[in-house]
Design a protein around this ligand. Structure first.
Ligand code: SF4
Ligand code: SF3
Length: 547
């Protein structure tokens, strides 16, 4: 195996024996093989689209497959074997549909478009040969992987929107185009950089699509105080990013005597009016994903993982953890997809919860969030007034991901050391590094404004664009906003590409720069966009505040 898609890649270069995340070598290879076949599907799909043929099943398989290979989403070998077999069938279907529409394919086809096998041993054998390192030139490899990881993030957000009935054909079309481009040896650095920028553009569209899906279905997030203590009823803990699962679970648990708590990236569900009405939706339990090995133990009740990030479960709670959607782990119960027009069936979790002890309280108090674009823009006069009076000197976008590394303590220290006249804008699980510090407020505006999940970084971009308009600036970079972003997995990659597409410069990315950026590609990002890493808290504060 060779995987370097996340920030915790072994030795800062890549995992080669087993993932630091716990992904076994065979599963990593099978994920590579699934991607290989999805690229083959994409090769045909691009040409089929040009001939007016669109197969929803192949678009969906590409989206789901990309999502399932995101860091910490799915560790289940069987899932990948089945999906590879299914993808090989779909590849044939899209090829035949294109041919029926008059497309004539060349005799020489990319290997990903023609290779086939069925037996598990053959799949395993091939899987070890089609990964990242199959591309020899390190710059081309780097740009192909940057694009692929951006597409994975895009697929995840597209899938959440899909669950709510929102799709955008342009997102599917670009995904196929991007994946097919990674097979094209005639494309050099310049073309691949352009494709990465286009990914940023489509990334903005997909986040806007998901924002519309979420807010049209569940209302606009409102300023909300979320309880972080525990009640006396047994509970179900729900984690990940899928709001449709949240809805089904809240409906099915109502009146059962079982409470519902959020974990990690599901915290922002509390901000939506449609969920706030449930009395048994009592609070958020715990912190970011990587603390789940302790927090799931003390929660005592069933846990539903709707997406990444899963940490390989300990035996002490393995029989209480469930996956659904694209998430999976061998030996862990999986809740099947909903039938068209129906709901998922969470009765197994509810019945198990009734036999469990209530959660052990691990902290008490409240945290405040719900500062997505609609809310912040409704406060625009107050915010603009505070900037004009000098009460707010600078905003710091600190969105992104949290992770295990000790070096991420930087973000807690940085947030604590920021002067009192600064405000943090956040989204994603990065917030857990500072959302329980008492950083106070500025004239009633909290110093940490949480917009929501990582995809709600879109809200932060909308807010920045609105402020640019209000202050009548020509360039988004003239705003008093600095970007000090923490990344971990591939959703952060699409958020980054989207910000670059919107013209945001001088983004600081930490705790380390991606291992998949070759020195030359890193240089392009530094020279074109002013991307930089992080230094010490004091050096960085001095640098940011000297602007
Ligand atoms: Fe390593 Fe990250 Fe890949 Fe897991 S996802 S194998 S930790 S690089
Ligand atoms: Fe966190 Fe996995 Fe990225 Fe959605 S839950 S931000 S790391």
């Amino acid at each position: 195996m060779f995987c370097y898609q996340c920030q915790e890649a072994a030795k800062g270069t890549g995992c080669t024996i087993q993932g630091v995340c716990g992904k076994p070598s065979d599963v990593a290879n099978l994920q590579d093989l699934l991607l290989f076949v999805l690229k083959g599907i994409s090769y045909y799909s691009v040409k089929a689209r040009k001939a007016g043929v669109n197969l929803e099943a192949t678009d969906k398989a590409i989206m789901d497959g990309l999502f399932a290979t995101i860091t910490n989403a799915n560790f289940d070998r069987e899932v990948f074997i089945n999906r590879i077999r299914k993808a090989l069938e779909l590849r044939e279907e899209v090829k035949q549909a294109a041919e029926a529409a008059g497309v004539i394919f060349p005799v020489e086809l990319p290997e990903a478009a023609v290779w086939s096998a069925y037996e598990e041993a053959d799949l395993d054998a091939k899987a070890g040969t089609v990964g990242v390192l199959a591309t020899g030139n390190e710059d081309v490899r780097s740009l192909r992987e940057l694009l692929t990881y951006g597409l994975k993030g895009m697929a995840a957000y597209a899938e959440h929107a899909y669950q709510l009935g929102y799709t955008d054909n342009a997102v599917f079309a670009f995904t196929a185009k991007g994946l097919a481009a990674t097979l094209d040896d005639t494309l050099g650095a310049e073309e691949l950089i352009a494709l990465n920028m286009e990914a940023g553009q489509v990334g903005v569209s997909v986040m806007a699509l998901l924002d519309t899906a979420n807010t049209s279905t569940y209302g606009h997030p409102e300023i909300t105080k979320v309880n972080i203590g525990a009640g006396t009823n047994p509970g179900i803990l729900i984690s990940g990013h899928d709001l449709r699962d949240m809805e089904d679970l809240l409906k099915q648990t109502e009146g059962t005597g079982v409470d519902v708590y959020t974990h990690s990236e599901m915290l922002p569900a509390h901000y939506y009016p449609a969920f706030k009405k449930y009395k048994h939706f009592v609070g958020n339990y715990g912190n970011a994903w990587w603390k789940q090995d302790k927090e799931f133990d003390s929660f005592n009740g069933p846990i539903l993982m709707t997406t990444n990030c899963i940490v390989p479960p300990k035996d002490s709670y393995k029989d209480r953890i469930y996956t659904t959607g694209q998430a999976g782990f061998p030996g862990v119960k999986h809740i099947a997809d909903r039938e068209e027009g129906g709901a998922k069936d969470f009765s197994a979790l509810i019945e198990q919860a009734k036999t469990c002890q209530p959660p052990v309280e691990i902290e008490t108090g409240e945290i405040v969030g719900g500062f997505a674009h609609e809310t912040v823009l409704s406060l625009a006069d107050t915010v603009v007034g505070a900037v004009k009076s000098g009460a707010i000197k600078r905003f710091f976008v600190m969105a992104g991901c949290d992770g295990r590394m000790k070096s991420r303590d930087y973000y807690t220290e940085f947030a604590s050391a920021l002067p009192q006249d600064t405000v943090i804008l956040t989204a994603g699980c990065a917030k857990y590094k500072y959302n329980k510090l008492d950083l106070g407020d500025i004239g009633g505006i909290p110093r940490v404004l949480d917009a929501g999940q990582c995809n709600d970084s879109y809200s932060l971009a909308v807010i920045a664009l609105k402020l640019k308009e209000v202050f009548e600036l020509n360039d988004i970079n003239e705003l008093p906003i600095s970007y000090n972003i923490a990344w971990y997995e591939q959703k952060a990659v699409i958020v980054l590409l989207a910000l670059l597409y919107l013209g945001v410069k001088n983004i600081h990315l930490g705790p380390t720069l991606p291992a998949f950026l070759s020195p030359n590609v890193a240089n392009v990002l530094v020279n074109t966009f002013g991307i930089a890493g992080i230094g010490s808290v004091q050096e960085d504060l001095d640098m940011f505040l000297a602007v």
